[in-house]
Design a protein around this ligand. Structure first.
Ligand SMILES: [Zn+2]
Length: 177
């Protein structure tokens, strides 16, 4: 039997890059960012968030078909994506493992020093890099040609702007957050 968790105890507190703390019990699946006591807005990502929060279907399909995962997950997920983000930004993204915490609906939480829009741009840039690398090793000329054609028309900032507008358009009923 696990020890009962002390309400408001320190176990669920996550220290942020800015020095403030956030209680993971205050995070929830509908949250993308929050205003911090430090005055900045920090992005929040939780492991149930689909890749579609950041990238459209054609990109998630390329990611899942070209990137082999070496862990328990069967395909590339938000968990892998945030792992890449943390590698690139070790000082500005922190993660909490909440898998033992039955009080929250997620197993992993990430908070970045930058806001949700900046995180989105960073994620898309990293995804493009990842795919360029993966596709170049795929030895599938059709995949490569299709990818290059799609990337030729791809503008990260413009994409993020448009994607966020479209996703926000449906408001609360939009499942991809
Ligand atoms: Zn802060």
């Amino acid at each position: 039997m696990a020890e009962p968790r002390v309400p408001g105890g320190r176990e669920s507190e996550l220290e942020l890059p800015c020095g403030e703390r956030v209680d993971t019990h205050d995070l929830h699946l509908g949250m993308r960012e929050f205003e911090c006591a430090c005055g900045e807005t920090h992005a929040v990502v939780l492991d149930p968030h689909p890749l579609a929060r950041f990238v459209p279907e054609f990109l998630t399909e390329v990611l899942q078909s070209t990137i082999e995962t070496s862990d328990d997950y069967e395909e590339f997920t938000t968990v892998h994506l945030m792992g890449v983000v943390m590698e690139e930004f070790p000082d500005t993204v922190v993660a909490a493992d909440t898998s033992e915490d039955g009080n929250v609906g997620f197993s992993l939480a990430w908070v970045s020093d930058f806001d949700s829009r900046r995180l989105h741009e960073i994620v898309v840039e990293l995804v493009v890099e990842l795919m360029e690398h993966a596709v170049s090793h795929a030895e599938d000329d059709d995949v490569m040609a299709e990818f290059e054609e799609q990337m030729l028309q791809f503008d990260v900032a413009g994409f993020v702007e448009q994607y966020r507008r479209e996703r926000d358009f449906d408001g609360r009923n939009d499942t991809a957050i």
